[in-house]
Design a protein around this ligand. Structure first.
Ligand code: SAH
Length: 245
């Protein structure tokens, strides 16, 4: 089955500066994308594109070239145009995070994300070939990102959704958060210890256990940390067996 990264193509329309093509290829590769389509680039192939691509020259080498946008997207079942400006005629709008979620659904088999020229963006005719328009939220008084920076942000959001980065990081380090049920058991045993050693007077409870809960809720224990505390408390309970008030 095709992965999301295989399904998505980045389409650059009439890019003027070859350095931006190279930088876009680099942005794509850092986020696991490799399908680059170029529509009428002004100057490509170019040494400057290769320099700016750094280690992503394989993305450049495998890119496909087209003479117009219609040709470049004809096999796609979802086409998302990008624009720094909201245009005259309202078009269905989407922002990068929503776009990433939409793409991660299995409904689509070939998706194009289309980027415009540095000077004037996409024409209205080109936007009319798109199902929707994505605008990266920006300062309302200065909204135009560098082309490759726009590619980077959109690919990054996609990468976060698709690779579920949180799970990966935690699994890799074997870090498992403790369940609330085990925390309840911990609070019960801790309270019992406090009482046994005379630290806590149940007749004058103040807010000790409330504060203790706040402390540990804030800390969010990993299972391995919980085990240390659990062992420590069990030891106190064992040594104070006869201390019941
Ligand atoms: N002056 C142009 C800006 C072009 S910047 C305009 O008004 O559209 C080159 C390309 O980078 C844009 O066509 C778009 O594809 C992308 N881009 C730049 N800023 C963006 C933003 N805020 N949101 C979405 N795409 C953006």
């Amino acid at each position: 089955m095709k992965s999301i990264f295989d399904k998505v193509s980045i389409v650059l329309v009439s890019t003027t500066h070859p350095g931006n093509i190279g930088a876009a290829a680099r942005a794509m590769k850092t986020m696991s994308l490799k399908n680059l389509r170029l529509v009428n680039p002004l100057n490509f192939p170019s040494a400057e594109a290769s320099v700016r691509a750094a280690g992503a020259d394989d993305v450049l080498a495998e890119c496909k070239q087209f003479s117009n946008l219609e040709e470049a997207i004809k096999d796609c079942d979802l086409v998302i145009g990008t624009s720094a400006r909201i245009r005259g005629i309202p078009w269905p709008m989407i922002h990068p995070r929503e776009c990433a979620k939409k793409i991660s659904k299995k409904a689509y088999s070939s998706i194009a994300i289309v980027f415009g020229r540095e000077s004037s963006g996409l024409s209205n005719e080109e936007l009319q070939l798109c199902n929707m328009v994505l605008k990266i939220p920006t300062n309302s008084e200065y909204n135009s990102l560098n082309l490759a920076a726009a590619v980077q942000i959109i690919c990054y959001e996609m990468y976060l959704v698709v690779s579920d980065i949180n799970t990966i990081e935690y699994e890799k380090n074997n870090l498992v958060f403790i369940s609330q049920e085990k925390m309840e058991q911990f609070y019960k045993n801790l309270e019992d210890c406090f009482i046994r050693i005379g630290f806590y007077d149940t007749n004058k409870p103040k807010k000790l256990m409330h504060r203790i809960r706040r402390l540990f809720n804030r800390a969010q224990l990993y299972e391995s940390e919980w085990k240390i505390l659990h062992g420590f408390i069990s030891k106190i309970q064992e040594k104070t067996k006869n201390n019941h008030n």
